[in-house]
Design a protein around this ligand. Sequence first.
Ligand code: MN
Length: 133
Amino acid sequence: MHVQPRSSSIKGPAHMFTGDVWYDVLARAERPSRLRVNLVRFAPGARSAWHAHAVGQTLHVTEGLGRAQVRDHAIVELHPGDTVQTAPGEWHWHGAAPDHFMSHLAVWEAPADDETPEHEWGDHVTDEEYRGR
Ligand code: MN
C-alpha cells in the first residue's frame, strides 16, 4: 500500500487551455497499471483546447455547470453527477459554462505502448465555437 500526500495544484498551460484552469494529479500509476486521474477546476468561461485521448477518457462532473463538445456535434451541458465518455481518438473539448465554475474528475489510461502519446492537442476553442455558433 502507498499513501500519496496531497500535491500542489498545477496551472493548466496556455497552449492547452483558455482561461483559468487548475488541476490536481490524483493518480499517475506505474506500470503495469496505466491509470491516470486528475481533478480539474475551470473558472467561468475557461475550457480546454480541442484534443483527443489515445485510449479515450471518462469525465465525472463534481461541481458547477459545464459544457463539452465532440467535433461536428452540438455542445452538451454538464451537471454535477454526469459522467461523460469520449472514445479513443475522438476530438472534443470540455470546460465551464460562461457564468459558473465547473470541476470534474478526468480518468484515462496511458496507451499500452510507450511510443503512442496519451493525448493529441489542437486549436483553442474560439469564442464563437464556445458560444455554439
Ligand atoms: Mn478530454
